[in-house]
Design a protein around this ligand. Structure first.
Ligand code: NAP
Length: 251
């Protein structure tokens, strides 16, 4: 079995790469900065310096990975960019990188998957969105809006790829204890409810891909909280989410 993980140089993507390596899979990853990969792993995992925003680079990376392999069994997109605040309160550069990576990168990922897997007539694809993209509310950050788009894009490709025997799994996680989340929060995760360990996330994600689930929201408590919130009238939901954002930022 062969698996390729876009955005696999750190965090959830890298942990997934380690997981599939331990199962004896052929594992390839890509990212923009290969120096993030621990040295002992560089010989076992095939790593490529590739930006998901460049479709041609992504396609040639996949071709290189598959040169001595028959098929690509699993393709996962973990590449994501995050800036915490609403539009207008983040820089142009942050907004541009988020939109490029999270939206264009997601479309490129699906297009590359379609090209590579269509002739195989089978394959499993998964994309990491976020639980924050599940709800529609006024004051959500630009990041949340991009992750909502990821869920919508995945839905479109789910339908488009089904006739070719290719499954699409959308992953909508709550907070996962990664280095990146810690960096973004000055190493203080005390205001991140229902925080999940990376290893737990890896086992939930890999099981969802294995079972070809369409959408998985975790952890369970976060899922039920989102379901309850979605029943509220939008005016009340907007107030609650605004207050939550203020509390998280100590405003
Ligand atoms: N941690 C959480 O609490 C959480 C919760 C919900 C959703 N998520 C989502 O889960 C994914 C992984 O998050 P993480 O916490 O594991 O953060 P992370 O360690 O920063 O992982 C992001 C990965 O994406 C790669 N990447 C970023 N831009 C890229 C680009 N343009 N082209 C190729 N690769 C790119 C990064 O590698 P390079 O820097 O080498 O490019 C890195 O390997 C993200 O999509 C994030 O939005 C995370």
């Amino acid at each position: 079995m062969n698996v390729f993980i876009a955005g696999g140089t750190s965090g959830i993507g890298y942990a997934l790469a380690r997981h599939y390596l331990s199962k004896g899979y052929g594992v390839g990853i890509c990212g923009r900065d290969l120096t993030k990969i621990p040295e002992n792993d560089s010989k076992d995992i095939k790593a490529f310096q590739t930006d998901v925003c460049d479709i041609n680079a992504l396609l040639s990376t996949l071709q290189s990975f598959l040169v001595d392999k028959n098929e690509l069994d699993i393709f996962i997109n973990c590449a994501g960019s995050y800036a915490e605040d609403v539009a207008g309160r983040i820089s142009y550069e942050e907004a541009e990188e988020m939109l490029q990576t999270n939206i264009l990168g997601t479309v490129n990922f699906f297009e590359a998957a379609r090209k590579v897997m269509k002739n195989q007539k089978k394959g499993r694809i998964a994309v990491i969105a976020s639980v924050s993209g599940i709800l529609e509310y006024e004051n959500s950050s630009l990041y949340t809006k991009t992750k909502r788009s990821v869920i919508q894009i995945a839905d479109a490709y789910h339908r488009a790829l089904k006739p070719f025997g290719i499954s699409v799994t959308t992953i909508a996680p709550g907070y996962i204890d990664t280095e990146k989340l810690r960096q973004l929060n000055q190493n203080n995760l005390s205001k991140k409810p229902f925080l999940t360990e990376v290893e737990t996330a890896v086992s939930i994600i890999s099981e969802a891909i294995e079972k070809q689930k369409k959408l998985i929201i975790f952890p369970t408590k976060m899922k039920w909280m989102m379901k309850s919130l979605s029943l509220l009238p939008s005016s009340l939901l907007n107030i609650i989410m605004f207050r939550k954002a203020q509390w998280m930022k100590n405003d």
